[in-house]
Write a protein that binds this ligand. Sequence first.
Ligand SMILES: [Zn+2]
Length: 381
Amino acid sequence: MNNKIIHHVNVLLPHQILSSATVRVTDGKIERIETQETLPFDEEYERIDGKGMWLIPGMIDVHIHGANGYDMMDGTEESIQEVSLTCAATGCTSFLATTVSSTMDDLLNMIRSVKSVVGRERGAKIAGIHLEGPYLNPRRKGMQNEKYLRHPDLDEMKLIFREAGSLIKMVTIAPELPGGLELISYLKEQGVVIAAAHSDATYEEAKEAFGAGASHVTHCFNGMRPIHHRDPGLIVAAFEEPHVSLQAIVDEVHLHPAIIRLMHRIKGPEGMVLITDALQAMGMGDGEYWFGGHHVTVSDGIARLSDGTLASSTVTMNEALRLTVENGISFTDAVQMASTSPARILDLSHKGKIEVGYDADFVLLNEKYEVLWTMIGGQQV
Ligand SMILES: [Zn+2]
């Protein structure tokens, strides 16, 4: 049944929490939000007792590579479905299936497997594909495999678009590479979010890229030229541009809490999105894994290559939300960063908020930020 009355919940509205509220869902959309239990019994509607917990808009992860032992680059539908299920279990209702630099064959296989799953996801919905690479700078490669990194190649990108069509929603590039600006103008025509990372761009190069159409920074501070007071680089250029939003990996490793607060102070919750950047080890615990053609060791939840380089994360969206609040950011702002801002950036016009007319994509969280259930389009998954 797609008609639900969710009662006795504390609802996260865009800027406030509505206590002891009732949300009525009709045909998978939010029809009414009430502050009291005034809705009469209606047998067309299934009643769900929220037991005084938090009802937040479904979170949206624009950067996830794998989960629960499955890597989306392996080119199977099963992996895409498993990540979709794990996303839903961790409070995420939409995600961008994210690539890592690879051979063209592996990339095209991944695109085909995503295409075949879209529309019949078993958990969170696929909002599209995020290409992280391969046009990245080896000087800031992080865990990206150098043997697959190359300069922007417009013909190759056109081939990728021919296979993926409108599924591509975000592309992360190093804009300072030869051909970077031409690539930006092509991607702008395609209407995708152009993100910078794994980049050694100077302040001036980054300004040029943001002027040309780049509007997002992937895992800000990680995989890019650091800030120096005489060489401010990409990060300060992004801080100065009001239209540029930032991704943050909040997992107790990738960013110091003071940096998370600084990003929040400069950009506000509307200019910042929480991501997991998770690899297949998410939900699996410590051990040995394979990612992007590298052997990765996860110890105490931290994924590293053999030389110590951080290799993605194992954090989940609900943990990232909890850590953001523990780092001193308000709950409503943290939810905005996990749900509302990614929806806006991806142009998902009826997602990311609990508001009349929006999709009934919700997560019920307890006081420990654990996911009690996830609802997508009015269906509990
Ligand atoms: Zn990366």
